[in-house]
Design a binder for this molecule. Sequence first.
Ligand code: NAP
Length: 491
Amino acid sequence: MSSNTGMHLVGGRQEAGSGSEFGSFDPRTGEPSPRRFREAGPDQVDRAVEAAAAWVSRKGYGTVQERIALLDGIADALDAAESEIVSVADRESGLGENRLSGELGRTTGQLRAFSAFLRTGDHEDRVEDLVFDGVKLVRSVVPIGVVAVFEASNFPLAFATMGGDTASALAAGCPVVIKAHPDHPETSELVGNLAAEVVSSMDLDGILSVLHGPSIELGSTIVESPAVAAVGFTGSVPGGRALMDLAARRPVPIPVYAEMGSVNPLVVTPAAAESRAEEIAEGYVGSLLLGAGQFCTNPGLLFVPDGDAGERLIEKVGDRVRSSGDHVLLDQRIAARYEEGCRTLTSRGEVLAESLADGPGYRVRAVLVEMKPPLEDIEEVFGPAGVVVRYSSSEELIRLLEGVPGALAAAIHAEEDEPESADLIDVLAMRVGRIVWNGYPTGVAVSPAMMHGGPYPSASDPLHTSVGLAAMRRFQRPIAFQGVPDAYTSI
Ligand code: NAP
């Protein structure tokens, strides 16, 4: 096999694929990479899932101590290869080396955060009480089984091969079968191989497979595999919804934890606009255009009060958008979808500002559009597009926010002594998973208290988070032991 042929990782073995040929492109130039992959075939899916299923057990694969060593070992291996990983990921994503270096730190920090959590023993979530006059009842958890992980395009490291879904599933004791994202196969291959060396050195071959392919059939085949017990997905609403429907149609339906796109509102109150219109405008545009706007937490919807201060704010946002130049998107499909989304926005609203896009690759312009209600059917435009909505009173603002679709995050810019803020918090709390006070929604900390999810369509299951230590709960099934001797219930 030519060394320039991309390889799948099937239960610990590297194998070439047999399906259609594909490879990544440099988004800055549109040039294809010389390294070609062939899509994984159904037999490779079967063998990957079979190898993973062999490790499914009540206590999870390996011991807790081994899982701690595995997560730390993978983190160390990725950190040691930082320059190579960052350079490959930059070529495939165009996101820039600084951003990717930070993203790798987040990825390895996340793996270590889960290993530290396992050390505390709290992952067992053990609750004990007495029922029926003295019978001991213990509630604990078991690993859910084989987890299928779908990588995201816009986080080639932190929401990809060794990203949050994989880290939380491995921490929970679940083997994983990963569907690599076709935008960055070489990054996924490299990271997967580094992780596989650690897996192999611990004789855990089988708990990790990485399959590549550009067609939705590959992902569908994985989700339909009978031994797959849960799905972790990060991607678009149509993609997540398709997998939810597919999983529900299986003879044995399984949970799909899909973190999808959302239109995140940012509200500026009259007093905040009065006291710091320029500062908020700067911060808003920084968040809107970060990573070419390719963040699920992008503050796409800006609510501004009528009046002079609101005008100043909108003008400044418009100036910054206009002078922002071009923005490189991740792939041709995302760039085409962005243009289509902008066409829909501009057909419904008035264009306030546009930058100029000129040059090779997947470059697009930033756009700022003013829209009037209703906002119920507003959809995410993935990329550097912002929507301004003006309001004339706090009652109107509340009515507008009640019409915003479920979202991952909202931000409120307000002064401390505004009584209306309580109503804003109350209405937003019913529509989003996280509320940010005088800040911006981009930037999601990996911490015990984080909630990164929300009401549909931002996520398939509003009860769970895909970021932070609680992400592990998605892959741990609660179980109660009634009167069972302790010797049989410990992990
Ligand atoms: P995408 O098109 O949905 O792709 C994500 C993955 O799902 C890919 O591997 C894709 O495979 C697969 N897929 C899509 N549709 C499928 C279907 N019908 N059946 C089976 N597999 C399917 O998403 P993207 O454009 O790469 O990513 C951008 C989106 O992700 C944005 O909407 C963004 O907001 C969202 N996002 C959300 C979060 C979060 O935490 N909530 C984080 C990052 C990004 P193929 O490519 O092979 O089709």
